[in-house]
Design a protein around this ligand. Structure first.
Ligand SMILES: Cc1ncc(COP(=O)(O)O)c(C=O)c1O
Length: 372
């Protein structure tokens, strides 16, 4: 009897057990008794600044929180429009709505599932102030195109690199293409903490200064509130856990890319059977999640489940079709986003997946297509 391969690995933190217990005890009993925004948070910010080359790194409560800080720091407000993907995680739209501004949904490229540059350009109006491209699953958004469009129209770029920490496109790290970028440290992300966390990255001194104050009730000095801010802070335990995890980050990213390369190579012949693997390679790829596209998505999912293999359906409904965002969808159709919602299936790609488990997943996908 072979054991199941769940989509979300229950032993994600097993190898971190000793370090986790030690760091919780160390912080809990530390002389300073400081549990948020202390030395560990500052050390994590320094480590990420060193890793990415960003002048300012502001650690906060989550990727969603980081997007909120980025959009707020840019002073986006009522009357402003921000171009966001129609097919993505909801915070790309809620961070704009929260500022009283308008998210303008734009369709995605049908193969890469990231913002379609031509559709972005067509959506720009005199009210547009920023573009908010997101990297999704294993593909970075077309940042050279986004940068060029933004520069042509005098717009700012908020780069949602929540899922792409450690990736590079044309030698530029994810999170560094935008005027401001964000990472998420939610447990299943590439670095991943045992809880929530995020960072804002920027070279812009004013954006960095504002984001830093906004995350802590708009204050630089205690009880002096320059802005109406948020409680959007990172705690010391998560920061220390992330510092611990940084040591094996490159190795874990490489293992993810290795698994993805094996999937992509073995799935290539299945194109003739209607299964589309994501774009191959390493440039502009992040392998946070490995998604295939197929019209027989639900059948394939059931076939894999029967064989003990867990999968996940990301975003069955595009954002403008969600009740919360329908009013900004303005009844428009987003055919590529809708198709992705019907066809997208994510396979397990956690870094401690064993080779025989990868083989088992590949064999089950081949078997479904009568190949192998
Ligand atoms: C593209 C994208 N942006 C933002 C987020 C939000 O990150 P968090 O879960 O840390 O709030 C996610 C989460 O998965 C995401 O996929």
């Amino acid at each position: 009897m072979t054991t199941a391969v769940p989509f979300f690995a229950p032993d994600l933190f097993e190898s971190d057990r000793g370090a986790t217990l030690e760091l919780i005890h160390r912080i809990g009993t530390g002389a300073q008794q400081k549990f948020i925004l202390g030395d560990s948070v500052a050390a994590l910010e320094d480590r990420i600044a060193e890793h990415t080359g960003a002048a300012h790194v502001v650690a906060c409560a989550s990727g969603t929180g980081a997007l909120s800080l980025a959009v707020h720091a840019l002073d986006v407000g009522p009357g402003d429009e921000v171009v966001v993907p129609a097919y993505c995680c909801q915070p790309v739209a809620s961070c704009v709505v929260d500022r009283g501004a308008t998210p303008v949904f734009v369709d995605i490229d049908p193969a890469t599932l990231v913002l379609d540059p031509a559709a972005v350009e067509a959506a720009i109006t005199p009210r547009t102030v920023a573009l908010l491209p997101a990297h999704v699953f294993s593909v970075m958004a077309d940042m050279p195109a986004m940068r060029a469009i933004a520069d042509r129209h005098g717009l700012r770029v908020v780069e949602d690199a929540a899922v792409a920490q450690g990736a590079e496109l044309d030698g530029v790290p994810a999170g560094r293409w935008g005027d401001v970028g964000v990472f998420s440290f939610f447990q299943v992300k590439a670095l991943g903490t045992a809880g929530e966390g995020g960072v804002v990255l920027t070279d812009d001194d004013e954006l960095g200064r504002r984001a830093r104050m906004l995350r802590n009730h708009g204050q630089a000095r205690r009880f002096v509130h320059e802005y109406v801010g948020h409680n959007n802070r990172m705690d010391e335990i998560n920061a220390e856990f992330l510092l611990h995890r940084f040591d094996r980050f490159t190795e874990r990213l490489a293992r993810r890319a290795d698994i993805a390369a094996r999937y992509t190579e073995r799935f290539a012949p299945l194109r003739d059977h209607g299964l589309v693997p994501p774009p191959a390679g390493l440039d502009g790829r992040c392998y946070y999640v490995y998604c295939v596209l197929t019209d027989r998505r639900d059948e394939l999912r059931a076939h894999l489940a029967d064989r003990g293999i867990g999968t996940h359906v990301y975003y069955p409904l595009p954002l403008p079709a969600q009740p919360a965002f329908a009013r900004w969808g303005r009844g428009q159709r987003f055919p590529n986003a809708e198709a992705a919602g019907r066809r997208n299936l994510a396979l397990p790609i956690w870094p401690h997946l064993r080779d025989e488990q990868v083989e088992r997943i590949i064999a089950a996908v081949e078997e479904f297509h009568g190949v192998g």
